[in-house]
Ligand binder design. Structure first.
Ligand SMILES: Cc1cc2nc3c(=O)[nH]c(=O)nc-3n(C[C@H](O)[C@H](O)[C@H](O)COP(=O)(O)O)c2cc1C
Length: 319
């Protein structure tokens, strides 16, 4: 195996959790600037990579591209259900993208993913999940990590980890909510703590970390090596810095606007102006908690390019 970066990162490890539609290269760059140690890509379909394996300029590879401006370690996340697809995808991702690690998705609850036996549905199928992990381990020299839920159906995170405890999996991010909970409710810190008995690699706790107090509480209760941050850093990438420095940070409107404008500029530069439409929902998060946020949002949902975004944020700062 190549250098296993997971072993050498200072605790607590802070990761940008994978978020389809959000954890793209511009956001990965921004969060790494604010202190994320590891940034995960949006999940990529192994079936899509498998069926386009002769097109190395295919859109999936384009989305996963590593940008040198990104300082954090980069982990590409894969989803699917067929071990053969995973094997081919792992090989190609290493060759074409060359990230620092590969992560496997066992937690996605979205209908179209579940329907193909992938994500949280694959977590329920212990023999197949094991085959998938083995297929990836056999086809890459990169460290392999997994992302699971507290439970899916009758399979708990502990059952899942026991089933693969003999495999050299480097890290697990545990979303401390079950599949039935979806994205709301308490996370199960006791279960994450118990996971330590069945897993010797790095454990990251994930779910419901939206401020410094929650981060400290979950770290302490779960005894995890680090945290995976998801919705809590949307429009608030400096939450990484707050946790790193152990102090709350209040940013002015001007400072927030500067981050949002940089985000928009990076989006246009790296992904083209076509990406701005997808960025609209992301930009709206920057307005949260400020007066005049609803007026700002009503303008942001109509933007088509970075210059418009800059003008809107500059006017908002002066309001
Ligand atoms: C919009 C969105 C997209 C997500 N996409 C992925 C994904 O591609 N892969 C994955 O493993 N989890 C994905 N997740 C789950 C998050 O990584 C995380 O586990 C979940 O949001 C719980 O953390 P939070 O409560 O801090 O948001 C996504 C979540 C959201 C809200």
């Amino acid at each position: 195996m190549r250098d296993n970066f997971w072993k050498n990162i200072k605790r607590p490890i802070l990761a940008l959790a994978p978020m389809a539609g959000f954890s793209d290269s511009p956001f990965r760059i921004i969060t790494s600037d604010y202190g994320a140690d590891i940034v995960y890509s949006e999940m990529a379909s192994v079936a899509s990579i498998f069926f386009h394996q002769d097109e190395l300029d295919h859109r999936t590879f384009d989305i996963l591209k590593f940008e040198p401006q990104q300082k954090a370690k980069y982990v590409v996340q894969l989803f699917g259900s067929d071990p053969e697809h995973f094997a081919v995808a792992a090989k190609l991702v290493e060759k074409v993208i060359n990230p620092d690690g590969i992560d496997l998705n066992f937690g996605c609850p979205v209908g179209k993913v579940i329907k193909q036996g992938a994500g949280a549905d694959l977590m329920k199928d212990l023999p197949r999940a094991r085959e998938v992990i083995q297929a990836v381990l056999e086809n890459t020299s990169l460290p392999v990590s997994i992302k699971i839920r507290a439970g899916a159906g009758v399979v708990s995170a502990l059952d899942f980890l026991k089933n693969v405890s003999d495999l050299p999996v480097s890290a697990v991010m545990i979303h401390g909510r079950t599949l039935a909970q979806g994205f709301i409710g308490e996370i199960n810190c006791e279960l994450i703590k118990e996971a330590r008995q069945y897993f010797s690699g790095v454990i990251l706790a994930n779910g419901g970390i939206n401020n410094l107090a929650q981060a400290q509480n979950i770290l302490e209760k779960s005894g995890a090596d680090g945290l995976g941050l998801a919705r809590g850093v949307l429009g608030r990438p400096w939450l990484f810095q707050e946790i790193k420095e152990n102090k709350e940070i209040e940013l002015s409107k001007l400072e927030v606007a500067t981050i949002a404008i940089r985000h928009a500029r990076l989006e246009e530069e790296l992904k083209g102006s076509g990406a701005i439409v997808d960025l609209r929902k992301h930009l709206c998060w920057y307005a949260q908690g400020f007066s005049g946020a609803s007026h700002l949002r009503s303008q942001l949902v109509k933007v088509f390019n970075a210059q418009e975004i800059e003008d809107i944020f500059n006017a908002w700062v002066k309001e």
